[in-house]
Design a protein around this ligand. Structure first.
Ligand SMILES: [Mg+2]
Ligand SMILES: [Zn+2]
Length: 220
């Protein structure tokens, strides 16, 4: 039985690109851009920014958005093999995502069980899409993350487990700091290099499998 646990991001990690950005580019009025910039410059929290972006979209566009995402998003190669690898090795795998259930679940259908996925939820009962936050920050985090990755790590893992974080972006950085080992691409890779966090880079999930097979369990 492995003493490892894997926390894996969704947007830009399992998918090739960011789905919220893709949805906003295609469906939102121009105001979304200022909200995005506010989040990137940290003037507003992720929770506030993402919540307000989806408020720009009518609930009636749900089906069209899901269809658009299913047509355009690409799952990074090797992901199915990676999920099978974690099953074979008995490694708990959690998908921890700042994405929203109505596009995360359809994209991962048939690849991984819903119980392994932690993300935000959309409510379509009003005129405009309202985001709900079932995994918001615990008392140890004050960032208004929306879906709080550090809180989920504290909740889902035990202190004696070897924590592997897989991600691509600044939204994974705090989680990466709690990890024993990081598997990173893009901006998260640069941050791991800058901060000297133990890490390796990946392009596909075949790389991830390789890294894990060759990585000695530090807490075994
Ligand atoms: Mg990401
Ligand atoms: Zn948080």
């Amino acid at each position: 039985m492995s003493n490892r646990v894997i926390i894996c991001d969704f947007d830009g990690t399992i998918t090739e690109t960011d789905n919220i950005i893709a949805i906003m580019k295609r469906f939102a009025p121009p105001e979304w851009d200022a909200l995005k910039n506010g989040v990137l410059s940290q003037e507003i929290s992720i929770q506030e920014g993402v919540g307000k972006m989806f408020q720009l979209l009518p609930s009636s566009s749900k089906d069209e958005i899901v269809k658009y995402i299913l047509d355009h998003a690409e799952i990074r190669s090797g992901f199915r093999d990676f999920v099978q690898f974690t099953k074979d090795k008995n490694i708990p795998l959690y998908i921890v995502s700042g994405g929203i259930d109505f596009f995360v679940y359809p994209l991962l259908e048939g690849l991984i069980e819903e119980e392994q996925i932690y993300c935000n939820k959309a409510n379509f009962s009003n005129d405009h899409i309202q985001i709900e936050w079932p995994y918001s920050c615990d008392k140890s985090c004050t960032n208004d993350c929306g879906c709080c990755k550090t809180s989920l790590i504290r909740k889902l893992t035990k202190s004696n487990q070897e924590k592997i974080v897989i991600g691509d972006s600044i939204t994974d950085l705090q989680a990466a700091k709690l990890a024993d080992y990081v598997i990173a691409r893009d901006l998260l890779l640069e941050k791991c290099q800058d901060l000297h966090l133990p890490h390796q880079s990946f392009i596909t999930f075949f790389d991830v499998i390789n890294i894990l097979e060759n990585l000695e369990e530090v807490r075994a």
